[in-house]
Design a protein around this ligand. Structure first.
Ligand SMILES: O=C[C@H](O)[C@H](O)[C@H](O)COP(=O)(O)O
Length: 221
């Protein structure tokens, strides 16, 4: 079985009847949403989904998973993908698809936050450019401040949409090449820059499930 599918299926087994589940974004989380929907149908369990993006919301609707809002409900467990995972401390980079702001709101407020990846994403050090969502008007000054922190930024441009990518929240994204050593400290420093909405360093995760050729393995801090 495909490694992403295998890890998504394993994560779907963690979900208990009646839970409020944070539904992650990206291709791996999409498989989790699909596997969860299968369980709901085959085992007749009730699940309420809290999406982390419009992508997740549309998928959940497609599979018939009832959606509730984080404005009204606490999340029992969030399952989400990642672009890179650092082996030694499970620091993550997320936001390759531009969804990290909404993801962090849901994932960090869940009682349990589980990440699902295939083994190609588990690294000794982080090198994926850090996505930083910014208020459009602030991009130039934020880029200057990121440079002071040692980061070189580019504005993320659309593929079919011309000009900057616009997030689900109506903002721009900067992709920042920056050395991540102390993940928690850098996550906080970037978020302290005026104009920054949220960055894609996630220093807090409870468990990472990894799809490997030898089966699904759990990494814990
Ligand atoms: O913004 C996107 C999210 O952070 C995704 O979870 C991340 O990019 C991983 O996506 P994929 O599973 O498609 O590699």
């Amino acid at each position: 079985m495909d490694l992403k599918r295998a890890v998504a299926k394993e994560a779907a087994k963690l979900i208990k009847d009646g839970s409020v589940v944070g539904l992650g974004s990206g291709s791996t989380a999409a498989l989790f949403i699909e596997e969860l929907a299968k369980r709901m149908e085959n085992e007749d369990i009730a699940i309420f989904g809290v999406p982390t993006s419009y992508e997740a919301k549309l998928l959940a609707s497609h599979y018939g998973i009832p959606i509730v809002s984080i404005e009204d409900y606490d999340v029992d467990i969030a399952v989400d993908g990642a672009d890179e995972v650092r082996k030694k401390d499970l620091a993550l980079i997320k936001g390759g698809g531009g969804c990290h702001t909404w993801e962090k709101i849901v994932d960090y407020n869940a009682k349990e936050f589980v990440v699902i990846v295939d083994e190609s994403k588990v690294k000794d050090s982080l090198s994926f450019p850090v996505p930083v969502e910014v208020i459009p008007h602030s991009y130039r000054v934020v880029m200057k401040r990121l440079k002071e922190l040692g980061g070189e930024s580019v504005i993320r441009l659309g593929e079919r949409k011309r000009g900057p990518v616009i997030t689900d929240n109506g903002n721009f994204i900067l992709d920042v090449n920056i050395k991540v050593e102390n993940a928690e400290e850098l996550e906080e420093k970037i978020n302290n820059i005026p104009g920054v909405v949220e960055n894609g360093i996630f220093s807090r995760v409870d468990k990472v499930l990894v799809g490997t050729k030898k089966g699904v393995k759990a990494l814990k801090k």
